[in-house]
Design a protein around this ligand. Structure first.
Ligand SMILES: N[C@@H](CCC(=O)N[C@@H](CS)C(=O)NCC(=O)O)C(=O)O
Length: 225
């Protein structure tokens, strides 16, 4: 508790452009969870982040009671379970919807990274990397979105939020190709919705890298000895 009797807000270690962190921030924002965001430099992560979560990926959420959530999906779902004014949790137990998110994280993400950094993966051309991602995930996603406006059904939902930041990155690799009317039209419509949404805008504000007070990491490290 602070001197005023308020519980300190949750703390989120984040990286602005990270799709996992965008996913988490959108959930926290939609749920109205008060959170202090600590922008991290991935090459120079704060010691307090490593102490909270030795795997040291972002996002990491530390709740006022000390609970630590260090998986973006857990943060998104935790936030919406606190408060879900947009009803994004509808369909949360739908296996098909969950499979899209799992496929995003396990299959699409590595293909996306190869497409993004194609020169580092010269075994295939950039176009071949793109085709693989299209075949494995992006194309089927476009097909589904041709049948319904959102992954969870007729309204925006948690799975859209979970997947959209990754599709955003895919679209950014070759914007002219992605903007082509013939390519993935339903996905383009869906992506445009999320890019223009107030939730996305609200979580993309730029903030300076958080500088760890000298006592923060040291103090907690000592407490653990
Ligand atoms: N499964 C994790 C993955 C998070 C992740 O890989 N985040 C990246 C940034 S986009 C990261 O922190 N990488 C570690 C690094 O770059 O050192 C989650 O869903 O939160």
């Amino acid at each position: 508790m602070t001197a005023q009797g308020h519980a300190p807000p949750a703390v989120l270690y984040s990286f602005r452009r990270c799709p996992y962190a965008i996913r988490a921030r959108m959930g926290l924002h939609a749920a109205g969870v008060a959170v202090q965001i600590r922008e991290v430099a991935l090459r120079d992560k704060p010691a307090s982040l490593r102490l909270l979560s030795p795997k040291a990926t972002v996002p990491v959420l530390q709740l006022p009671d000390g609970t630590v959530l260090d998986e973006s999906l857990d943060i998104l779902l935790w936030a919406l379970r606190q408060h879900d004014p947009e009803h994004w949790l509808a369909g949360v137990d739908d296996d098909a919807v969950r499979r899209w998110v799992t496929c995003n994280d396990t299959d699409f993400k590595p293909l996306l990274d190869r497409y993004k950094y194609a020169p580092r993966h010269p075994e295939m051309s950039a176009r071949q990397h793109r085709d693989k991602a299209l075949q494995a995930f992006v194309g089927p996603l476009d097909d589904v979105l041709a049948c319904r406006p959102f992954l969870c059904g007729t309204g925006p939902g948690w799975a859209d939020v979970a997947v959209f930041p990754f599709v955003r990155q895919f679209a950014m690799v070759e914007p002219a190709w992605f903007a082509d009317e013939a390519a993935v039209p339903s996905l383009r419509r869906w992506l445009a919705f999320w890019l223009a949404s107030p939730w996305f805008e609200a979580v993309m504000a730029k903030r300076p890298v958080w500088v760890e007070p000298r006592s923060d990491a040291g103090g907690r490290a000592q407490a653990l000895v």
